[in-house]
Write a protein that binds this ligand. Structure first.
Ligand SMILES: [Zn+2]
Length: 109
């Protein structure tokens, strides 16, 4: 049995890191990552979570649209993702929403 403190610590650890869709390495810092996507018939699709390209990393795609991963964290981030639903490919948007907001979802992928 896990004690309450251990459970709380575990919860606070949920989804604080992601696997980069480009290099397959861990993203340890949300500030160093972004969500990229493209537009097709005015719908955002192909959402991917990747490292920002900096230094030797070249995981992002300069031709794609993007927003910082930090901007979709927390309640405000969830609201932002949901507000994009009307103009997004739902499977693609819900995929990234699950990865950011459902505890343990990323670890279980
Ligand atoms: Zn990467």
């Amino acid at each position: 049995m896990m004690g309450a403190t251990a459970i709380l610590r575990k919860m606070s650890e949920t989804t604080v890191r992601w696997v980069c869709d480009s290099c397959n390495e861990w993203i340890e810092d949300a500030g160093a990552a972004e969500v990229i996507f493209t537009y097709d018939s005015s719908r955002a699709k192909g959402h991917r979570i990747v490292h920002k390209s900096m230094g030797e990393r070249n995981c992002s795609d300069v031709s794609a649209l993007s927003y910082g991963l930090e901007s979709v964290l927390g309640e405000d981030g969830l609201a932002r993702l949901l507000s994009d639903a009307e103009r997004s490919d739902i499977a693609s948007l819900t995929g990234v929403t699950h990865r950011v907001h459902v505890p343990y979802y990323e670890a279980a992928r």
